[in-house]
Design a protein. Structure first.
Length: 286
């Protein structure tokens, strides 16, 4: 017997207990970074999500689009400005955000449909899924940037019940029905908490949380929520990773069982994390 064939059988057997454990469980995938730009990585991510669906999970995709938004703002000669990592969003920027995120959303839906699984693209305005209020950055006005105050899961639940993969763009509405740009990490965490997700996975451009950012072999594979602030105060978690990890910890404290920080530059990183004993990336757990 060909050893390659036996190895493939071994991989399937290794995946079996995980398939059983997560059957019919909701999993939220925050799709962003290089995995949204590189065509091969795009294909890899979509294949992974479709496989999660076909083995019995209920995946929900929440996507960003920051690099594409910056590109289109540049095309119209509108400067991109950021305060503490948040995009300053004036009226023109908001229009571009809605246009670009809508375009990205439908591209993701198309890729899923092409594999033969049904998907439906929505943003937080649809069904008033993401209700928000104006967000400031250290008291500074940054325009139409939203802070989520409520997630209405009715539309997402309906799509899941009718066997669709929901693909959610992070645009929300305030009580005056004005659209706001929402950080995709924030949206993914809020949705995962609201739907009672078993897992939340972030596809990023880093291997995970590293003890030494210059040493890829210093990956911290598991972090308990009680350790997060210690890692921040010691400087292990720093910069733009701080709000992401705090979001992860908040999600775990509010009912999400596991949060994964994965390297989206690795093909099929979702499958490697969900279905293998070793896994990759960093796991935030209770």
């Amino acid at each position: 017997m060909d050893q390659t064939v036996l190895d493939k059988a071994g991989i399937l057997i290794e995946a079996l207990p995980y398939i059983k454990k997560f059957n019919n469980k909701k999993v939220v995938v925050k799709y962003g970074g290089s995995a949204m730009i590189d065509e091969n990585l795009q294909k890899s991510v979509i294949q992974d999500v479709v496989l999660l669906k076909l083995v019995g999970m209920q995946p929900i995709i929440v996507h960003g689009g920051g690099k594409e938004i910056s590109k289109w703002l540049g095309k119209i000669g509108h400067e991109s400005k950021f305060v503490n990592g948040l995009r300053v969003t004036d009226e023109t920027t908001m229009e571009v955000c809605e246009m670009v995120l809508g375009r990205v959303n439908k591209q993701i839906v198309k890729m899923i449909d092409e594999i033969g699984v049904r998907a439906a693209g929505v943003d937080g305005k649809d069904g008033r899924t993401l209700v928000c209020e104006k967000k400031t950055s250290d008291g500074e006005d940054i325009g139409y940037v939203g802070n989520i105050i409520h997630v209405n899961t009715n539309l997402i639940d309906t799509l899941l019940r009718h066997n669709y993969i929901p693909v959610v763009a992070p645009i929300g509405l305030d009580d005056n029905f004005h659209a706001y740009n929402i950080n995709a990490d924030d949206a993914a965490c809020a949705i995962a908490q609201a739907v009672g997700a078993e897992k939340l996975a972030f596809l990023t451009d880093t291997e995970g949380v590293l003890r030494d950012v210059n040493d890829k072999d210093s990956l911290i594979s598991q972090i308990a929520v009680g350790e997060v602030e210690d890692y921040i105060s010691s400087g292990v978690i720093s910069g733009g990773m701080i709000p992401k990890i705090r979001n992860c910890a908040a999600a775990v404290n509010n009912g999400v069982n596991r949060v994964h920080i994965l390297d989206g530059r690795v093909p099929h990183s979702l499958l490697l994390e969900f279905f293998t004993d070793k896994g990759i990336g960093s796991l935030i757990k209770p």
